[in-house]
Design a binder for this molecule. Structure first.
Ligand code: ZN
Length: 179
């Protein structure tokens, strides 16, 4: 099994790991590929979830704004930006804000203006001509189906002197692909 890399398009990616996991009650095989050029690991594109299945999965994420651990987790992306911004009037974007605009609420408590965009939960096309002083992108990049295009889009959202704060995980052998 092989596929052209969805990030660099340079080479064919080959099988990295086969995972058997439940999918809506049924056992299903999933194939993860690795690119020999950029080392991106990604799910074989033909095995991706349907739009409505993907939305349902994100809707089931249970995180409470009141949970201090979750607040700390989210704000770790904000702190490096906060120390660099020169103006208190700065406006940011939460790219892939998810079912609840929690980051927006946390920054509102600090008097910081944050707009939200999400393909499933906050999809306003008018955003696509705007640019921001900073963009936050937390646990989103690993879900990109077309990472090359998404990173170009992120670049367009950034003003000339702006900051992108992106939280994701690099691969390590403890990651459970089945989950
Ligand atoms: Zn690649």
């Amino acid at each position: 099994m092989s596929s052209i890399c969805i990030l660099c398009s340079q080479t064919k990616a080959n099988l990295f790991q086969k995972v058997i996991a439940k999918h809506f009650g049924e056992q299903k095989e999933w194939h993860y590929l690795i690119c020999a050029n950029c080392e991106l690991i990604f799910l074989e594109p033909s095995e991706r979830l349907e739009n409505k299945e993907e939305k349902l999965r994100y809707s089931q994420h249970q995180n409470s704004r009141e949970d201090p651990g979750y607040r700390r987790h989210l704000l770790r992306l904000w702190h490096p930006v906060e120390s660099r911004l020169e103006s208190s009037e700065s406006i940011g974007l939460d790219y892939g804000s998810g079912p609840e605009p929690t980051m927006q609420q946390l920054l509102a408590e600090k008097g910081v203006s944050l707009q939200i965009w999400d393909p499933f939960f906050a999809n306003a096309p008018s955003f696509h001509n705007k640019s921001f002083d900073f963009v936050l992108c937390n646990e989103v990049a690993e879900h990109f189906y077309d990472p090359y295009k998404e990173f170009l889009q992120l670049d367009q959202f950034l003003k000339t002197r702006a900051y992108l704060s992106l939280g994701t995980r690099f691969y390590d052998s403890s990651i459970e692909f089945a989950s």
